[in-house]
Design a protein around this ligand. Structure first.
Ligand SMILES: Nc1nc2c(ncn2[C@@H]2O[C@H](COP(=O)(O)OP(=O)(O)OP(=O)(O)O)[C@@H](O)[C@H]2O)c(=O)[nH]1
Ligand SMILES: [Mg+2]
Length: 368
């Protein structure tokens, strides 16, 4: 090993050249490159294969504490498709007197008809309910590069010559967002490693700004209740939308059930014939049945017709837990955290949402 500690540009890990089985390994030849990346990042970039590494909650605490102690601008990113599931509930405790900007990413997934000004208003309202008072709120698509330039300009203005910490839950697109900014400035593509696997970035990565300060990428905080942790790695592609979601409308009678693969279930208990609009990944199979047959159908077909989960996961897959809701207000979403939501337009319906034990189901004012 050389005297100088190299850091992987892709994920922030400390590079070592001794043990290929351990974290941060890179062959000695990699150290001669201008941009050093570790073997894990190399495999992720070229083969889309991930080597599992789990940071502990202590690792995150250390980073958040450091952020709290520094004089910096904090940019919190949420996944607009999984707003509640990707929220960092305790963030305000670490903010100190630093300013916060809130960025909703992946706006490309929402139907084009959605008014951005309304959505920003909605985000401000939700943020306040959740105890955070951001200086400003933005909507972007880091992947498509939509509104990144405008947001970067606002960040530059708000940072007032300070460092910028980009924080958020795992998989919200922090690294993709920073890559976009780097591309805008230097023209370089995909400098930091990104992937659809949660837990890609392993330590903070400092991107130098033009005034000796840094734009800092950070490892995403793991929300243990995120749906992604209950789904096989290969099935993450099914539940994570990649394109604009096509809302699916179901006319349901009382006593009908919808299954979302085998991951979630929706019962329409009472309220007369009405329509329900489902916003989930286009790839996820929705199966309609009668409520009275639903338990049996699930028993029999989970893992095959109702998939994900996969057959070989059934043993360890948590049971679906039921929660009932009475829809009291027009335009309400029933949210299956990490999977999507169902919009009910008129009040007066009684419904039940089922999600794997540990995952959150909730109702909220409609996002769309
Ligand atoms: N549709 C869509 N997908 C996005 C967008 N931004 C990021 N993604 C995808 O979201 C996944 C996660 O992106 P990353 O940038 O690795 O997320 P991260 O927040 O850095 O994740 P960690 O490093 O694990 O904390 C990848 O599959 C990205 O392609 C976006 O604007 N739209
Ligand atoms: Mg990252």
């Amino acid at each position: 090993m050389s005297e100088h500690q190299h850091i992987c540009m892709g994920c922030g890990v400390k590079v070592q050249t001794e043990n290929p089985e351990e974290l941060g390994y890179a062959p000695t030849s990699a150290l001669e490159k201008e941009m050093i990346i570790c073997q894990r990042c190399f495999r992720l970039k070229h083969y889309n294969e991930v080597q599992d590494v789990s940071l502990t909650d202590d690792d995150f605490l250390k980073i958040l504490n450091e952020m709290g102690k520094s004089d910096a601008l904090i940019v919190m990113i949420v996944d607009i498709f999984d707003f509640n599931g990707s929220w960092l509930p305790g963030l305000h405790r670490f903010v100190g007197s630093n300013k916060v900007l809130l960025v909703g990413n992946k706006v490309d997934l929402l139907p084009k008809s959605v008014k951005h000004s309304k959505l920003i208003h909605w985000m401000k309202h939700e943020a306040k309910e959740l105890g955070l008072k951001p200086e400003d709120v933005f909507l972007v698509s880091a992947a498509k590069g939509m509104y990144v330039r405008e947001t970067a300009a606002a960040i530059d203005e708000h940072r007032n010559g300070k460092d910028v910490y980009v924080v958020g839950c795992t998989n919200v697109g922090k690294s993709t967002f920073i890559n976009r900014i780097i591309k805008e400035v230097t023209g370089e593509n995909d400098v930091i490693t990104t992937s659809h696997f949660p837990g890609t970035t392993l330590d903070i990565i400092k991107i130098p700004l033009d005034d000796e300060k840094s734009l800092i990428d950070s490892p995403g905080i793991i929300n243990h209740h995120q749906m992604a942790h209950f789904v096989d790695k290969q099935d993450l592609k099914i539940i994570t939308p990649k394109k604009e979601i096509k809302p699916k409308v179901f006319q349901l009678n009382e006593g009908q059930t919808l299954f979302f693969g085998g991951l979630a279930r929706f019962d329409y208990i009472s309220g007369g014939r009405r329509s329900f609009v489902c916003y989930v990944s286009n790839e996820l199979n929705i199966h309609r049945t009668k409520m009275e047959n639903a338990d049996e159908l699930y028993e029999k077909h989970v893992g095959e017709m109702l998939t994900p989960p996969r057959m070989n996961q059934i043993e360890s897959f948590p049971e679906l837990v039921k929660q009932e809701f009475i829809i009291k207000e027009a335009k309400t979403d029933i949210v299956f955290s990490g999977l999507g939501w169902i919009t009910v337009n008129e009040p007066g319906a009684k419904v039940a949402a089922y999600v794997p034990k540990g995952v959150q189901a909730l109702i909220r004012k409609s996002l769309i």
